[in-house]
Design a protein around this ligand. Structure first.
Ligand SMILES: [Zn+2]
Length: 334
């Protein structure tokens, strides 16, 4: 079992007082060498690879804005750009492609792309939500362009993966599942978002404080039948550590132990349906300690080695989400 990872910290993609900042990775970085995983060198994505997901006009406009208008804010999220952001975003997408290629070639059994800026809010025609290019969607399209016929993306960042959903809304080669806090940014991701694509585009909106118990039920009752129905040949995970109870910008309730359980469950699903081919992709997570502990949980699940040091149980009571989970299962026939 070998696990590969890429690391794209983008130190010059930074903006005053913005939560999506290089310091997110500061506690994780010195721990990376202890994870029994192999660092592989990232090449930037090519324009052609970016344009498998994004409109060429968006790519050109972002490049020009980074050259002529940076540093600056480009939307109300707020999403920012600096004069290195275009190259940083190419390298972040390249970090996912590099991991995908390593797993497709059999150089690694699985991989983790630790990259920023994040990607899952970026839609084909617009950058948004701290995201410039949709890294995970570009990785999925790379896998499809290199021999695979079906891939799945599971997104358990705290926010809805609207950009990934938009990219694959009408692409029957890709199944997409997002579990997220309902009522926060970006406001999309209700159960009935994609009535034409039941079982393939799946949204699990959760109330505030949903935590380890709820997520375990979601994994068992929704992730499992979703993967078993679609039978992907590779699974991508958009993993954001902002669903941790201590994240500064959301109010969900996962602990690090809950993140480990989730990662172990998706690794097991990949073992069952696609020879263990799974690529984790970092999205959000705004407390550097949560990011380090959560990434450690991913490496423990991916390598099958090590154990968790962090003990950070959620101090809040979890809501009962039985009826919400039943509603999602009924809508999709799971
Ligand atoms: Zn998020």
């Amino acid at each position: 079992m070998t696990t590969a990872y890429t690391f794209v910290p983008s130190p010059n993609h930074v903006y005053p007082d913005h939560p999506e900042r290089p310091a997110r990775l500061d506690i994780l970085e010195p721990r990376l060498r202890s994870f029994n995983a192999e660092l592989i060198e990232t090449k930037p994505a090519t324009r052609q690879e970016i344009e498998t997901v994004h409109d060429s006009q968006l790519v050109a406009a972002l490049e020009k804005a980074c050259r002529d208008q940076a540093p600056g804010i480009i939307d109300h999220a707020p999403t920012y750009i600096t004069n290195t952001s275009f190259e940083d975003a190419l390298l972040a997408a390249g970090g996912v492609i590099t991991c995908t290629r390593a797993v497709l070639n059999g150089e690694a059994n699985n991989a983790f792309a630790i990259v920023r800026p994040p990607g899952h809010h970026a839609e084909p025609e617009r950058a948004m939500g701290f995201c410039l290019f949709n890294n995970v969607a570009i990785g999925a399209r790379y896998a499809l362009a290199n021999g695979l016929e079906r891939v799945a993306v599971i997104d358990y960042d705290a926010h809805h993966g609207n950009g990934t959903q938009a990219a694959f809304l009408n692409d029957e080669r890709v199944a997409f599942l997002s579990v997220h806090q309902w009522g926060i940014y970006p406001g999309t991701g209700w159960i009935e978002d994609a009535p034409h694509a039941r079982k393939r585009i799946v949204n699990v909106p959760l109330p505030a404080h949903a935590g380890d118990k709820v997520y375990e039920q979601v994994a068992d009752r929704i992730f499992a039948p979703f993967i078993e129905a679609f039978k992907p040949q590779m699974i991508f995970i958009s993993v954001g550590f902002d669903a941790h109870w201590n994240d500064p910008i959301t109010t969900l309730g996962l602990s690090t132990a809950g993140y480990l359980t989730l990662a172990e469950k998706v690794v097991r699903l990949a073992d069952e349906v696609c020879d263990g081919r799974i690529v984790f992709v970092l999205e959000g997570g705004y407390d550097p300690l949560n990011v380090a502990n959560g990434a450690e949980a991913v490496f423990i699940a991916a390598t099958g080695k090590g154990s968790l040091d962090a003990a950070d149980p959620n101090p809040s009571e979890e809501p009962d989400c039985e009826s919400r989970i039943n509603e999602v299962c009924q809508w999709h026939g799971f």
